[in-house]
Write a protein that binds this ligand. Structure first.
Ligand SMILES: [Zn+2]
Length: 643
């Protein structure tokens, strides 16, 4: 089966990428754009920057010490997308491999001398994930053979040592290679790498051992900490090892780390990471909107972790966070044309960025860049979109479970269905049976969707008197719905957040309709998030909204928003924009931004206004993932609330 994550056990089973065919729609369009544009874009830039040339032995070597990993992530994307460029790029990589399996264009000749920063094992991790993708999507070839040879080299070199890599990633890759090949040595090395981390296994660095999660063993941690991508990749590996080893204690440890991290260290968008200096999680409730780091890769890694925990436990909360992060980090990370990317995803940008040089070395400032000096995010985006189908649905012991609603044909657990929906712009989701079948169909009802309904029955009048009965699912509200559906009349019932299920004998043409209320809603932060106190944000469905202001438009620096229901405006492409009432002011700078007179604190100094307050101004809000597509702009998600 072709799928990036195939655990041997768990509450849910992946369906495989072949079983989820995306149709035009929010995600289908982006997956197609990725295949047609983004993959080639990444390939061009890697060639142009000399990172592919490194495998041909070009001198001097170019790019950072981990640039090999970008080629591997692109190969993974190409393997899942069945991209015609795979064979040539794979061949370029393979011919750089040394006789004993060693493969790295930076450290060849001085192997493993800097495990803290060298990223050699990290690069093998991405190489192995690309190899697993090729193996599952295509089968054995010269590339997969080279990948196994590299993995065997790593096993020989690292199984019986106390060393590990400064950047986790190899752990989950080795478990997946074990799953794909059955070779126990890969699982064993993954387990050992995981257990030796935090003993500690690495030398001291200025950021401290927590930066690379070497401050304490993974089982003892209570929250994700340090470099966000490292922490999340390590947690992915821990779930994989736990699942394959039947290690309940380890799985529970990661679940509680996830829980605490989501409760205290996650931005509204699902973004993770608050500190720029070390790309790290902050302390609990350290979630400043303008200093949010929220690297695109951390969002992807969070989706990967939630996916693994969802498969292991079936707990809907993991699908909830994945959806939030898919729509508000992954979708934000790439421009609508598929050719430029955000590295960090702050929730406020105070000043429109200067259209920068082509390579945005600083990878910040609110403008998507076609490439970066550290270009981990574009290729990560490419491989995630290329395998996006694997996140959308799964099989449980009773039938088919759909986590994310987007137009697609899905086949699994004995059912074959077409999902038709304008989600996330509209809340109606129709799931049509494409064939007769038997089993339970479960549709996720998001936590915000209070008042959702589920309707089911035949699309057309019944064809005969002996039409089979359908029962309602697990929801208590469903009890009455088991009323005589033998007549095959349509039934509509309440659908509470979680999974709404319908089961029974299905006939081709039967339709289940989930109706999710999509009214925009104001969202308020926990009072302990100091940086957000007094602010509110607007969400609609799974989307976070933001105000956006280009150069020359009114500044968003000094505004107060009225918390009345936002008005909706649907554009020609179906995109829903919102409008709220706000007061925008433009204060002159006072001599001192603090006061001992509380009655004036937080209010514009009217004696210093450059323009009179624009009271009752309509402020346009756009989906956060679309911001910055029309050029440099200021932006903010959290809006100071008027009294
Ligand atoms: Zn990145």
């Amino acid at each position: 089966m072709a799928d990036p994550v195939l655990p041997s056990s768990g509450a849910l089973s992946p369906l495989g990428l072949d079983a989820v065919r995306l149709a035009p729609g929010f995600w289908g369009d982006r997956v197609a754009l990725n295949r047609e544009v983004t993959i080639a874009h990444c390939l061009d830039w890697m060639e142009r920057e000399g990172w592919i040339g490194n495998f041909r032995g070009a001198l001097p070597r170019r790019g950072r010490e981990f640039s090999d990993s970008e080629i591997y992530k692109l190969l993974e994307a190409m393997a899942w997308a069945d991209h015609p460029g795979f064979a040539e790029l794979a061949q370029t990589v393979v011919q750089a491999q040394e006789g004993d399996g060693y493969l790295n264009t930076r450290w060849s000749g001085s192997r493993y001398v800097d495990l803290e920063w060298g990223h050699e094992l990290y690069c093998y991790g991405h190489l192995i994930q690309a190899g697993v993708a090729r193996l599952r999507a295509h089968g054995e070839d010269a590339f997969t053979e080279a990948v196994r040879k590299a993995a065997d080299h790593v096993c020989r070199r690292f199984t019986d040592t106390t060393e590990t890599c400064g950047h986790p990633e190899l752990e989950m890759a080795l478990v997946e290679l074990y799953r794909a090949t059955g070779a126990e040595r890969y699982l064993e090395l993954a387990r050992r790498l995981l257990e030796r981390r935090g003993l500690p296994a690495l030398g001291p660095i200025p950021f401290g051992a927590a930066y690379f999660q070497d401050d304490l063993p993974v089982r003892q941690a209570t929250a994700l900490r340090g470099h966000a991508v490292r922490a999340l990749y390590l947690a992915c590996g821990a779930v994989d090892v736990a699942v394959e080893s039947g290690d309940e204690e380890l799985l529970k440890a990661v679940e509680s780390q996830w829980e605490r991290t989501v409760a205290r260290r996650t931005h509204l968008t699902g973004g993770m990471g608050s500190r720029h200096a070390d790309e790290a999680f902050g302390e609990d409730f350290e979630l400043p909107p303008d200093r949010a780091y929220a690297e695109t890769c951390a969002g992807i890694a969070s989706i990967m972790l939630s996916h693994r925990l969802l498969l292991a436990t079936g707990d809907v909360r993991y699908a909830e966070l994945a959806e939030r992060t898919l729509y508000n980090v992954l979708a934000t990370g790439v421009a609508l044309d598929g050719r430029s990317f955000f590295y960090s995803n702050p929730l406020q940008v105070r000043v429109p960025a200067q259209p920068s040089q082509e390579i945005n070395l600083g990878h910040s400032g609110g403008l998507r860049s076609p490439w970066f000096a550290v270009s981990c995010c574009p290729s990560n985006i490419a491989r995630t979109f290329a395998s996006l189908g694997s996140y959308l649905a799964a099989a449980d012991p009773s039938g088919l479970r759909i986590h994310h609603h987007t137009p697609a044909v899905i086949e699994g657990a004995g059912l074959r269905v077409a999902v038709e929906t304008g989600y996330p712009w509209s809340g109606g989701v129709a799931v049509r049976m494409l064939a007769d079948g038997h089993g339970r169909l479960s549709l996720r009802v998001p936590a915000w969707a209070e008042g959702a309904t589920l309707g089911y029955g035949p699309a057309a009048p019944p064809q005969g008197p002996d039409a089979p009965a359908q029962g309602a699912g697990a929801s208590p509200q469903g009890a009455h719905a088991a009323t005589d559906v033998a007549a095959r009349t349509r039934v509509v019932r309440e659908a509470t957040p979680g999974y709404a299920a319908v089961e029974g004998e299905w006939r081709e043409g039967d339709v289940v309709v989930l109706d999710l209320p999509m009214a925009p809603r104001w969202t308020f932060p926990d009072r302990r998030v100091d940086a957000l106190r007094g602010s509110a944000a607007v969400e609609r469905g799974p989307l976070v909204y933001c105000a956006e202001s280009a150069a020359g438009e009114p500044s968003l620096t000094d505004l107060s928003a009225r918390l009345t229901p936002p008005a909706e405006r649907t554009g020609p492409s179906g995109v829903v924009e919102l409008e709220i009432e706000a007061e925008l002011t433009l204060s002159d700078t006072a001599g001192w931004p603090y006061t001992s007179r509380p009655e004036t604190a937080g209010r514009p100094d009217t004696s210093r206004l450059e323009t009179p307050p624009a009271s009752g101004t309509r402020l346009r809000l756009v989906p956060y993932h679309r911001w910055g597509n029309a050029g440099p702009a200021a932006m903010r998600v959290w809006l100071p609330a008027a009294d």
